[in-house]
Design a protein around this ligand. Sequence first.
Ligand code: SF4
Ligand code: SF4
Length: 227
Amino acid sequence: MGSIYLEIDWNVPRYACTYCYNCPSIMGKSFCSINNRGCCWYFPKFTLLDIQRMTKTLEGIQVLNMIKNYPGTVVYDYYLHAKGFFDRDGYDKWLKYNNNNNSKMLVRDCTIFFRACPFVKNGVGCTLPPRFRTVVCNFFICDDILNREDIKDAIKPYIDERSRYAAWVEWENRSLEHLLRENNVTLNSNFDSAINILQDTPLDIYEFPQLEPIIISDDWNSRNKGA
Ligand code: SF4
Ligand code: SF4
């Protein structure tokens, strides 16, 4: 039995899925040192809204500094990109001997099997609290779940509300970018000034609607193991 449900962490919404704790999807297959990392092969991009949220608390500022000081992080004008682990040699070797591997038919970009986000830890999962994660991290649900026939109707409001929220996030990011442009500052050109501006700007809150949890009765984990 599994479930998909909405969780709110300090006004920041996310979708949680109990199957993810023991990911049965091919998208979660790992050939790198972090075995059970689900689809946390993603290298997160922290937008201005994500950063603005971090500036509002001491804990958030500590997280922001940790992300910025991570050696793989690249500071762009309007976002931070935390580039994590990629086993290039392992991938090249695997590619050489697995030309007809089934995984290649199912996944377009097989580098995901050899990658890991900098913030995922073996046996722990994501080390960032949901309130400081990106919208992609908080709302990604793989096709293996989305395409299940038995939850087609129940998942629709989740997808619709996710789209509405993503549009709002985009709008907020554009507004914050505009604000920095007006002040002739970017994260890359003057990080501290940009952070001060974001900190002094009131944080907008999105009222995410309540959604009924989706209960899935079957044992999808074991049914799909090794897919
Ligand atoms: S969303 Fe899908 S691929 Fe990602 S951890 Fe959950 S079950 Fe695995
Ligand atoms: S930030 Fe967290 S949720 Fe997002 S990819 Fe990294 S470990 Fe996963």
